[in-house]
Design a protein around this ligand. Structure first.
Ligand SMILES: NC(=O)c1ccc[n+]([C@@H]2O[C@H](COP(=O)([O-])OP(=O)(O)OC[C@H]3O[C@@H](n4cnc5c(N)ncnc54)[C@H](O)[C@@H]3O)[C@@H](O)[C@H]2O)c1
Length: 328
């Protein structure tokens, strides 16, 4: 297929681009590099340095695209609470512009990066796709709005749409001479920050809240290896059906508390990770654990690296290749 990948210079989009190319697809990456990395761009893919707001320049009716994989977004939940207009403009208005271009060019299918953040504080665990959607931050709300627009687009215009709701994505794609991993700046995700502390590049790790109703009082999250997540996109592309919007949660179905994550980071790196407790942050749900039963039955998705140890080990390998690590 000829595919457009928005956000293909980012963490997850670059891994999916690599797998699409390896599977024989032709890929054009649309990424304005606002948070992505030129070094993460696949040499075999064509790169168009532009915003999704201008997607119609690339998705012309004559260009012959068979599908779009839409990763481009701003992703920091905390920032979305203090600069909400940025998130609505980029994540929602930008996605609507992309959908206009998809419709005008009659592109038949689209796979969208949605998020566990659409559920807010879940009433049931593990969380099924049918759970109440009540995002507690603007980031989650901007993603839920796009999910809803995709349902309309499928019903109204026959798009084959799939939303994949990721839980916490970790690890790196390490094969042959390819090494693609997480490099957000500023980093807001727990594991890369914990690796920074293990490497001696930060003094200590702040954990926000130890009075949640969880196993040890710290927040519990479900982690998924980026390569397992990427494989689900290839399955979703094949499974997409015109006129339907399918939605799948992607996680491993088991939760780890922040303190348990820190223990795994200490184990994998063999280094100390000093922790400082801080007050709860607004909008952080106590526990987010996915039910991915639907992805398993309908897409045939089977995670190959379900253990947190493997995910952190791959993240650490990537980390050490890209950052100076202080002697312990
Ligand atoms: N990382 C996670 O744990 C996680 C969890 C749930 C959902 N997601 C979703 O997955 C997607 C990818 O996340 P990521 O971690 O790879 O983020 P990332 O920041 O590494 O990548 C996002 C990419 O999109 C590009 N981009 C942003 N806005 C753009 C625009 N208007 N036009 C063109 N390019 C633009 C950036 O330059 C960057 O390369 C996002 O949609 C995010 O909401 C990520």
């Amino acid at each position: 297929m000829k595919l457009l990948v928005t956000g293909g210079a980012g963490y997850i989009g670059s891994v999916v681009t690599r797998m699409l190319l390896d599977a024989g697809h032709q890929v054009v990456v649309l990424d304005d590099l606002r948070t992505g990395h030129r070094a993460a761009l696949a040499p075999e893919a064509t790169h168009v340095e532009a915003s999704i707001h201008d997607a119609a320049r690339v998705l012309t009716p004559d260009a012959g695209f068979d599908g779009v994989l839409h990763f481009a977004a701003l992703i920091a939940a905390g920032e979305s609470m203090v600069r909400p207009e940025l998130y609505w403009q980029n994540n929602t208005v930008g996605s609507l512009a992309l959908l206009d271009a998809v419709r005008a060019a009659r592109v038949p299918r689209l796979v969208f990066s949605s998020t566990a953040a659409v559920y807010g504080n879940p009433l049931e665990l593990p969380i099924p796709e049918t759970a109440v959607k009540a995002p507690t931050n603007t980031y989650g709300a901007t993603k839920l709005a796009v999910d809803m627009a995709l349902t309309s687009e499928a019903v109204g215009h026959g798009l084959a749409a799939v939303s994949l709701r990721y839980f916490n994505v970790v690890g790196a794609h390490l094969t042959g001479d390819v090494a693609l991993g997480e490099r957000h700046d500023p980093e807001t995700h727990l594991i890369p920050i914990a690796l920074d502390v293990a490497a001696g590049r930060r003094e200590k790790l702040q954990l926000f809240g130890d009075d949640y109703p969880t196993v040890d009082g710290t927040c519990v999250r479900d982690y998924i290896h980026v390569a397992d997540l990427a494989r689900a996109h290839l399955l979703a592309l094949d499974a997409a059906v015109g006129g339907r919007h399918r939605i799948y949660n992607l996680g491993n179905g088991s939760g780890f508390s922040n303190r348990q994550v820190v223990e795994v980071v200490r184990e994998v790196t063999g280094r100390p990770v000093p922790v400082e407790m801080a007050p709860r942050r607004d909008g952080d749900p106590a526990e987010l654990v996915a039910s991915s039963a639907l992805a398993r039955t309908e897409l045939g998705w089977v995670p190959q690296k379900p253990t947190l140890h493997d995910m952190v080990a791959d993240a650490w390998t990537f980390y050490q290749a890209h950052h100076p690590v202080q002697p312990s």
